[in-house]
Design a protein around this ligand. Structure first.
Ligand code: AMP
Ligand code: MG
Length: 428
């Protein structure tokens, strides 16, 4: 993988103390390459895993032209020949899974069920609701304008043609993909190995659940949100607890994390005025840079790679404030881990909706306010902020259903103007 220093030295206007969000993401993207290691899994077990190679269809899906409706198959030539009504003789029935032996000729039709193979000589299906049955079921009559040539017929290979890439390498397999693989008769696929991610909290004021909350102390919540966010990324987790602000304890934690994980995520101890040892130890163990990102919440962040006993791991030193942890995770770490696991994931779409109120904002930084998207008084969608937006107010994340993303250059938004939002659904 390219070194952080070599990536940074190529940038003309690199300023670690006022780094725009997009630039930080570009640097992270350039430094990371996917981990090696591939395993073969039964398709059901491969849900949420990253496909390691393209899956090429070896068959046409569907394998034959077939009917999309219960009705009668016939040749569309009958439509051209007919007056206002078409009258056809019914010569047999085609059931799904059974091919009809004899073809239908001019003036003939075949009763057909959904999914049954189109009999030879037939290219159109008239749904049974449009048909008047005559001669004790041996003849049908329907209006010539009830269907057009080719209606209600599914074409061979219309879902997937043989030789076509059904799924591309890098795809995180979704339920539909597992079904698609089954439709191709594929039993197993090659996927990338799962990432191992170690994480811990730093700070002497942190107490774990079950401990007494001494004066000035807070319960460690970051490890819990990180645990949840990482679980959703389907990685293997190494929860290393709270690490005291002690150089030996910190070094031991970083080394152990580095030797056992592909990536390490810490929270706390990376702000400018930090009195603790976290930054010092991070810098000592590797190629780490300390950024002040032009964003809110979540300004300070450490990023790089550390080494211990010949093993390397990516490092994300997130800020300590609980909302800042989540925002920096979603807007930096998530994409970075996707890249590390070899996944190709499109950026989450931003939607434009009306802001219910005024949102104060200074140009020169990206803001991720927590919003609630809901129908307004007129029934159309609008977004409002969740009240208290402090970077320590975790309730704002819990109540919100979207980020209101206020771009770097954006100033204050007036009520009624449109803003960009990123829905949590799909993100979390
Ligand atoms: P720091 O970035 O270490 O200066 O921490 C900023 C703020 O976040 C402080 O108020 C810390 O008490 C708080 N904080 C740091 N780590 C955690 C954590 N794991 N859980 C909850 N709050 C935290
Ligand atoms: Mg601290």
């Amino acid at each position: 993988m390219p070194s952080l220093q070599s990536v940074i030295s190529c940038l003309s206007d690199y300023d670690p103390s006022a780094l725009p969000v997009a630039k930080a993401n570009a640097i992270i993207g350039d430094v990371i390459e996917p981990v090696g290691g591939i395993e073969q899994l039964a398709i059901r077990t491969a849900l949420d895993r990253v496909l390691a190679e393209d899956v090429i269809s070896s068959i046409d899906v569907p394998a034959h032209d077939n009917s999309a409706m219960d009705g009668y198959a016939f040749s569309s030539a009958a439509l051209a020949d007919a007056g206002s009504d078409v009258v056809l003789q019914v010569i047999g029935t085609a059931y799904a899974g059974n091919a009809l032996g004899s073809p239908a000729g001019p003036g003939q039709a075949v009763r057909i069920m959904t999914g049954a193979v189109m009999p030879d000589g037939c290219d159109t299906v008239v749904p049974q609701e449009f048909v008047e049955i005559q001669a004790g079921g041996n003849q049908i009559r329907f209006a010539a304008d009830a269907v057009r040539a080719g209606d209600n017929r599914r074409l061979r290979g219309e879902d997937l043609a043989s030789g076509q890439a059904a799924l591309a390498a890098g795809r995180i397999l979704q339920p539909a993909d597992i079904g698609l693989l089954a439709s191709l008769g594929v039993a197993e696929v090659k996927v990338r190995r799962r990432l191992r991610v170690a994480f811990f909290s730093t700070g002497d004021e942190l107490r774990s659940i079950g401990e007494v909350l001494d004066p000035g102390c807070v319960y460690d919540s970051n490890r819990y949100t990180l645990h949840g966010m990482l679980r959703r990324l389907n990685v293997d987790l190494i929860d290393m607890g709270v690490v005291r602000d002690d150089p030996e304890a910190l070094e031991a934690a970083f080394r152990s994390a580095c030797e056992n994980a592909d990536a390490i995520i810490t929270s706390g101890g990376v702000s400018v005025g930090e009195a603790d040892y976290t930054k010092q130890i991070m810098a000592q163990l590797g190629d780490v840079t300390f950024w002040k990102i032009a964003m809110r919440p979540g300004r300070p962040m450490a990023f790089g790679r550390i080494t211990s006993n010949g093993r390397e791991a990516l490092l994300f030193g997130l800020p300590g404030n609980p909302v800042a942890v989540m925002v920096t995770f979603y807007h930096f770490v998530r994409a970075a881990l996707h890249r590390l696991m070899g996944a190709k994931v499109a950026p989450l779409p931003l939607m434009r909706v009306r802001s219910a109120g005024t949102i104060r904002k200074k140009p020169g930084r990206t803001e991720y306010q927590r919003g609630i998207l809901a129908p307004g008084a007129d029934g159309t969608l609008e977004v409002r902020v969740t009240g208290q937006q402090g970077s320590g107010v975790l309730r704002s994340m819990s109540e919100a259903n979207c980020f209101i993303v206020l771009a770097h250059e954006q100033g204050t938004v007036e009520a009624g103007e449109s803003v960009e939002i990123m829905l949590f659904d799909g993100l979390i």
